[in-house]
Ligand binder design. Structure first.
Ligand SMILES: [Zn+2]
Length: 356
């Protein structure tokens, strides 16, 4: 059991792992999470509660970038906190806590394998009543805690994390009041902890071809860089965008348009035309007078945040610089044919003078 508001004296520089996870499963977490809506006070709106819980599950699924899926199983009337693998990870309401916690997660494990996790949310703790904001838009008031934030935090315990002392991390031990959207985004520390347990989820997008055109450029002109993308996964890659940044060869081409969008890419689809490929624009400087390599970093990303990157390098062939004519040889450095005759005559004359 991990109290949310209980101050633990655990020194740490970053995320902390429990040493237990669902990594033993082929597709973690295989058992879905159920929500006991009827256990909560009737004053809370059910649709907001349910939407908030699903949003919390998706925070780990989407922002975590790990091969893990927290699934929503629907509503339940089960109230069970730990106690064994019952095939049902359950979120439910408990009227009062005996300590300062606002929520608590209970993992059931066999050796290093987590097999079940339940979460209870309190209506009151040792500090007084707890006011819950179930809306995904805000939780305001002096005692108002965000249900979405709390659910994201407790789900972090469920998947194997303990507390982090990194400021702003979802897994920090203390929760502030009045939190809203953006406050429950995962931080790099939370993502690093998740990926340390489950690995990194790679994008199914593949950069199939990078075509600079036309091949022969003229100084002062611009040209397109067309990137074909293939989706080798089973699902749709939505809102695919591309970004390029320059890593070398500025003397031969520089980036004019470094970002591009291509919408959705269906599973198995290969984007074959310029219209549905990513198209960037580069320009050749007026000073380009020789062939040289342009180096770029190319990243293609889906709306989910999954991305694929690779270095790109291609030649830009500019016209050779004009040949500069050498100045004519100096007269001091050569003797013309007539000069040889003059020299010979001089030598003959000198011998004559010598004879006479
Ligand atoms: Zn906690």
């Amino acid at each position: 059991m991990i109290p949310l508001l209980l101050l633990l004296q655990v020194p740490a520089d970053a995320y902390e792992l429990t040493g237990r996870s669902w990594a033993w499963q082929a597709d973690p977490v295989e058992d879905p999470f159920f929500f006991n809506l009827d256990s909560f006070p009737s004053s809370y709106r059910r649709s907001e509660m349910e939407d908030g819980f699903i949003a919390a599950l998706d925070v780990w699924n989407v922002q975590g970038r790990a091969p893990i899926a927290l699934r929503y199983g629907g509503t339940t009337d089960v109230v069970q906190f730990g106690g064994g693998p019952d095939g049902s990870n359950t979120m439910f309401w408990t009227p009062a806590s005996t300590d300062g916690s606002v929520a608590l997660a209970a993992r059931t494990f066999l050796d290093a394998d987590i097999v079940d996790c339940d979460i209870q949310v309190y209506g009151e703790n040792s500090l007084g009543p707890v006011s819950w904001g179930f809306s995904q838009t805000e939780a305001s008031g002096p005692d108002a805690y965000s249900f979405v934030y709390t659910a994201v935090h407790e789900l972090g315990h469920c998947i194997g994390l303990t507390h982090s002392n990194v400021p702003g991390a979802i897994m920090r031990v203390n929760q502030s009041t009045n939190l809203g959207p953006g406050d429950w985004d995962l931080t790099p520390d939370d993502v690093a902890g998740l990926q340390a347990m489950y690995g990194v989820l790679e994008s199914d997008l593949v950069i199939a071809e990078v075509v600079p055109s036309p091949p022969l450029e003229s100084p002062g002109t611009a040209f397109d860089l067309v990137v074909r993308v293939e989706n080798q996964g089973a699902g749709v890659a939505t809102d695919v965008i591309g970004l390029i940044s320059q890593t070398g060869g500025e003397a031969f081409a520089t980036i004019v348009t470094g970002s591009a969008a291509m919408g959705d890419v269906a599973a198995g689809a290969s984007t074959g035309t310029a219209e549905d490929a990513l198209t960037f624009r580069l320009a050749v400087p007026f000073t380009c007078q020789e062939t040289g390599a342009v180096s770029l970093d190319l990243t293609v990303a889906e709306a989910s945040g999954l991305s694929v990157s690779q270095p790109v390098s291609f030649d830009v062939r500019c016209p050779a610089a004009p040949v500069i004519t050498e100045p004519p040889p100096s007269r001091c450095a050569a003797v013309s044919a007539s000069g040889w005759w003059a020299l010979a005559a001089l030598l003959v004359g000198w011998r004559r003078r010598e004879r006479y």
